[in-house]
Design a protein around this ligand. Structure first.
Ligand code: ZN
Length: 225
């Protein structure tokens, strides 16, 4: 397996958190191995990292870590790389003839920065205006979660969520705003615990200032139950 990662400037690119594409950069052979095979390989890799750091893997506390991390990578935090986990595209007819925007706000985002493999934690706010098709509300959460569970840059995650909903709903009128903390910024490097990153993508009618304003005003609603 040859991976060309010696391109000059890649290090600084990562440090500046610049993504290179709106599609997750995947190898052509990304799905040749089964998830179980991937876990076995990654297990050895994690063990190697830990041993290189000088840790004694015979210690009871560390013994199970390689297997635990490998399973967590493949099945949980990077599980959204697996196309089989993509939320099903079931939609419904808009029977109520509800023609205004629908906003699903404060969707929890747990993702991983692809430059440092550290957590990104935040909230996504997603909206669409139906042109005859609607989706179940939880579908929007599931789509956010699916694309979040990959090595990510926040800009790409925002775009991927919008594109997926545009496909599913058969309309351009979709928007997404994400406000998130990147632990690679908060806990290391510049170590700014207060800063968060906001990204947005506005499709179709949401490019209109008034529509966009309405969406952003809904996000600001402080819903208490
Ligand atoms: Zn990072």
């Amino acid at each position: 397996m040859k991976i060309d990662n010696n391109i000059e400037g890649y290090d600084s690119l990562g440090e500046d958190h610049i993504g290179t594409s709106s599609n997750t950069p995947l190898r052509l052979d990304a799905f040749k191995l089964s998830n179980e095979e991937k876990i076995e390989i990654i297990k050895d890799d994690v063990r190697h990292i830990m041993e290189t750091l000088g840790l004694d893997l015979t210690d009871d506390s560390l013994n199970g870590t390689p297997n635990r991390v490998a399973k967590m990578f493949v099945k949980e935090i990077f599980g959204g790389l697996d196309p089989n986990k993509k939320p099903s595209a079931s939609t419904f007819e808009n029977k109520y003839k509800y023609g205004e925007m629908l906003v699903e706000k404060n969707i929890t985002v747990y993702s991983t920065c692809e430059h440092h493999l550290l957590p990104i934690v935040g909230k996504a706010h997603v909206a669409y205006i139906s042109n005859g098709t609607v989706v179940g509300l939880s579908k929007m959460n599931r789509i956010v979660d699916y694309y979040a569970k990959r090595p990510q840059v926040q800009e790409r995650l925002t775009i991927q969520i919008v594109k997926e909903l545009q496909d599913v709903l058969n309309t351009q009128d979709v928007a997404c705003v994400i406000d998130a903390k990147h632990l690679c910024v908060n806990s290391r490097g510049i170590r700014d615990i207060e800063s968060s990153t906001v990204t947005s993508e506005f499709g179709g009618k949401f490019k209109d200032k008034t529509v966009r304003r309405e969406f952003l005003d809904y996000i600001k609603l402080d819903t208490k139950f």
